[in-house]
Design a protein around this ligand. Structure first.
Ligand code: HEC
Length: 400
């Protein structure tokens, strides 16, 4: 392994660390304020004070936070006069998207052969995989936006059903062309792009029009605020599915499942039902069937996808640690050793080059190579079924 490649790998590591950190910080700032405002909208109640009613306040509430009393008020349409100092909230959303796009580029697009392509799923080139990934983000927004324009006023439920069907189709398609982890992250990134596009193309422009109308001394069209709010509500529901997709890469049993698309969609659906409960609850309506069904779906999926014990021929002699180490040295150390030969650093910090280390990681070797079969990565080192069966037999005999 030459030192140049080592440096590139470290550069990717360091870049992705900084980007992921920043992505989390700005993402929390965005979603935190977005959740707060949706909660506020659901929790405010019409004011009793006549002066507030006369001023055009449609709802208010009292809250305490950090030792202070707060009394936010929402105007039914707009205040009579434009306040001097008016805060907009858009940088957190834009920077979340930007850092997310840089992160997906660093981890996936620059390493497409490793992370985007899985030859056992589809024989595509790394360039094609990147094209598919980026196209998904754009097409996802166009379809969402057209559906929303068409249906948002008619029926939110109909919109939700059709958009869910579209996301399901995308999940199905992507899990049949990209590697499982890349497919999951792209479904998430597609929805997340739509959320930021909602802010960029609808919510902020509507606010600018509202402010411009007030500056001209005209009446503010209530439709502007209403439309922006609908999109903002969609973002609120879409947050749960996106966040699951973003953490899914840690859970190989999900994205590696033979029906990975269905696993993803069901978990996303469950999370949206739980969110719906909270949105209703903040309005004072308790509909416990939503979180119960939502959690039942998620837990049901987790039970369904639990890796099964691999059937082994127990009559034959269990392989020895030496035999298994020979297998990992042939199939795994390319990416899991002090100085691996395929990828430049020990992946996930796991090293499988000595008998001691093989013993230490017995359970995870069994899980990844015999149960889930998603190691070696994209089976780059061509591990055979016979070798996987040996790992299973060795593990089940006590990994001795
Ligand atoms: C071509 C490179 C490559 C090869 C070969 C490879 N791996 Fe991996 N492995 C990775 C990468 C990349 C990750 C990190 C991503 C992930 O967890 O899926 C990883 C992660 C793992 C993990 C997860 C560690 C954790 O955090 O839970 C285990 C276990 C593992 N590999 C076992 C194996 C075994 C066993 C073999 C050989 C049979 C093997 N790998 C061969 C690339 C490889």
């Amino acid at each position: 392994m030459d030192t140049v490649t080592m440096d590139v790998s470290y550069l990717i590591d360091a870049t992705s660390m900084l980007l992921r950190w920043l992505h989390l910080i700005v993402g929390i700032a965005w979603i935190g304020s977005s959740f707060y405002f949706v909660w506020l909208d659901n929790s405010i109640r019409p004011p009793k004070d006549q002066a507030l009613k006369d001023a055009g306040v449609g709802g208010e509430l009292w809250a305490m936070h950090g030792g202070g009393f707060y009394n936010p008020q929402k105007y039914a349409v707009a205040p009579k006069q434009l306040p001097e100092d008016l805060h907009f909230f858009f940088w957190p959303s834009y920077t979340t998207w930007l850092t997310g796009f840089l992160l997906i580029s660093t981890l996936y697009y620059f390493q497409a052969a490793t992370y985007m392509v899985d030859p056992s799923i589809a024989a595509i080139t790394p360039a094609q995989s990147v094209g598919i990934g980026i196209a998904t983000l754009v097409v996802g927004w166009i379809v969402y936006d057209q559906l929303a324009r068409l249906l948002i006023e008619r029926s939110q439920l109909l919109f939700a059903v059709i958009y869910s069907a579209f996301v399901t189709a995308v999940a199905f398609g992507l899990t049949h062309v990209l590697s499982g982890r890349a497919a999951y992250i792209h479904v998430g990134a597609m929805i997340a792009t739509t959320m930021t596009a909602n802010v960029f193309f609808w919510i902020i422009p509507a606010q600018r029009k509202q402010v411009a109308a007030m500056k001209r001394g005209e009446e503010v069209n209530p439709l502007l605020g209403k439309r922006a709010k609908q999109r903002s509500y969609h973002n609120n529901y879409l947050t749960m599915p996106v966040l699951f997709a973003m953490i899914s890469n840690h859970y190989a049993a999900t994205y590696n499942h033979p029906h990975a698309w269905l696993v993803l969609i069901l978990i996303m659906l469950g999370s949206v039902l739980v969110r719906h409960f909270f949105n209703l609850r903040h309005k004072g309506v308790n509909r416990w069937e939503f979180p119960i069904v939502g959690m039942a779906i998620i837990l049901g999926v987790l039970v369904w996808i639990a890796p099964k014990p691999v059937a082994t021929n127990s009559a034959s002699n269990a392989p020895t640690l030496a035999e298994i180490t020979a297998i990992t040295q042939a199939r795994c150390t390319g990416c899991h050793a002090d100085k691996p030969t395929i990828l430049p650093v020990a992946q996930a910090g796991v090293k499988l080059d000595t008998p001691e280390r093989v013993k230490q990681y017995a359970q995870r070797i069994y899980e990844r190579s015999a149960q889930l079969k998603n190691m070696p990565l994209a089976n780059m080192t061509k591990m055979t079924d016979e070798e996987r069966a040996k790992v299973a037999a060795w593990y089940q005999a006590g990994a001795k």
